[in-house]
Design a protein around this ligand. Structure first.
Ligand code: SF4
Length: 459
């Protein structure tokens, strides 16, 4: 089967950017702090008692402590403080929307102070410059328990590392050929440079006792019944693998693909010039994936990138900061418009889209009756991901209680099946943040540990 974007020219053929500029376009979006800048920035922290920034951190990092350690030039100490709470603190420093989490809550975040303490950049400074002779966490005494973790994304990796600290043996089953989940395959390339996702996982695995089996996909060559039977506990850190459909005729038209299907090879390629580029493209959506897609297409050389969202900017899930990134890259934002019809040329290729203008009436989104068209060579949909139905199709997985389409868990990330836990995007209907997934995995590991210990005591 040919690829739906095979008819498009490559970035090199489009020729907007020479190879050197292309490489530059995908280098670090936010350059790291220099040691001197980090030292000066750390002095801005007031080391608040009951620090609001900690309250706002989904992974409970002791922010004032690590900033104080940076101020004392104790970089390893700062890194250890971060990693104790969040073993993926390096990638979270890069991808966390700090502007709506810790930095928004910082007491210095008001006009008289210019800006909040740059917590994200300080966290990155500590995790980028740590230099441990050996892995800074030790495995606890062996418990003899063996836990299966499904998915080597942030939730699964965090769970596995904590379980290893607690003395358990862990086997991770990963569908892809590399670990990292969205950190490896889904985040914009300019946010995760220099193969950082791979290096971070390599560091995490130094704890020992974690084995990863690749090419193992739940619902395909792996089933929950077998894992449930063979392992003492199972943690499901499943991603959302299926892209939602718009519900229009012709969604399989060449030129129309889910944004995640474009970003994945973009993250993996060694040759940016070889990627297909639409000179004019439309991105449908309002979240970070939509922004990442639109911005990356602009940085690859597209001359007209339009992001279309059915509501107003204030309802977009992408933060203001993300929206600014897109605008700074020349992305045009069109709001209050929803896809109405896919326009195709005589060969059946995508030629654009007709949109219906929308308005809100009594809290409901309704079409106004007006339509307009945007010409485009490609359309990327970033309207959310859902469960790949097959992943929970075996008889045991089918028994899992669901909340909407996601897996229902209690406060300890326990599912309705005994000894089966879940966390990350597959359970959280919230903001689907990496940092939340890390926290779920960590808390689930503690819950698994306590349940196994209680069972052992009772035996
Ligand atoms: Fe430091 Fe701001 Fe957190 Fe206070 S709220 S501890 S000033 S980072």
């Amino acid at each position: 089967m040919t690829h739906p974007l095979d008819h498009l020219p490559s970035a090199q053929e489009v020729g907007t950017y020479d190879p050197e500029t292309l490489t530059h376009n995908f280098s670090d979006l936010h350059p790291p702090l220099t040691p001197r800048q980090a030292m000066i920035e750390s002095q801005r922290c007031l080391y608040c008692f009951d620090a609001p920034c900690v309250e706002a951190c989904p992974s409970d990092i002791d922010i004032p402590s690590f900033i104080r350690q940076i101020g004392e030039n104790n970089i390893n100490g700062a890194a250890q403080t971060i990693l104790e709470a969040n073993i993926l603190g390096g990638s979270c420093a890069r991808v966390c929307p700090t502007e709506i989490l810790c930095e928004r809550s910082c007491v210095r975040n008001h006009d008289a102070e210019c800006q909040p303490v740059l917590i994200g950049l300080l966290q990155r400074h500590a995790t980028d410059h740590m230099q441990f002779e050996s892995h800074p966490f030790k495995r606890g005494p062996t418990t003899g328990h063996h836990i299966a973790v499904v998915g080597a994304g942030p939730a699964g990796l965090s769970c596995a590392h904590r379980l290893a600290i607690l003395g358990h043996q862990v086997t991770i089953f990963e569908a892809e050929q590399k670990p990292g989940g969205l950190n490896e395959y889904g985040i914009a390339r300019y946010k995760m440079t220099d193969d950082f996702a791979r290096k971070e996982v390599a560091f995490l695995l130094e704890i020992g006792g974690i084995d990863i089996q690749y090419g193992q996909r739940l619902g395909d060559n792996l089933d929950l019944a077998t894992l449930h039977q063979r392992y003492d506990s199972v943690f499901l850190g499943l991603g959302l693998g299926a892209s939602r459909a718009m519900g229009l005729t012709g969604e399989d038209a060449p030129g129309l693909i889910p944004a995640v299907d474009y970003i994945k090879p973009l993250r993996q390629t060694d040759d940016l010039g070889s990627l297909a580029v639409a000179r004019r493209c439309i991105v449908i959506g309002a979240g970070n994936t939509a922004i990442d897609m639109a911005t990356q297409m602009a940085r690859l050389g597209a001359t007209e990138v339009t992001l279309v969202y059915r509501r107003g900017v204030e309802a977009m899930s992408a933060t203001d900061h993300e929206q600014e990134i897109a605008k700074a890259n020349g992305v045009r934002m069109v709001t209050w418009a929803q896809p109405d019809e896919i326009l195709r040329d005589e060969q059946g290729l995508v030629a654009g889209m007709r949109f219906a203008r929308t308005a809100e009436q009594a809290g409901r989104l309704v079409p106004t009756g007006d339509t307009f068209e945007i010409a485009a060579d490609a359309i990327f949909k970033a309207i959310g991901q859902g469960f790949d139905g097959a992943s929970l199709s075996d008889a045991t997985a089918n028994e899992l209680a669901r909340e909407g389409e996601r897996i229902q868990v209690n406060a300890f990330f326990r599912t309705s099946l005994p000894n089966v836990y879940a966390g990350g995007d597959c359970v959280n209907p919230g903001q689907d943040l990496t940092v939340q997934a890390v926290q779920h995995g960590k808390l689930a590991a503690h819950a698994i540990h306590q349940a196994l210990a209680a069972k052992q005591e009772a035996a």
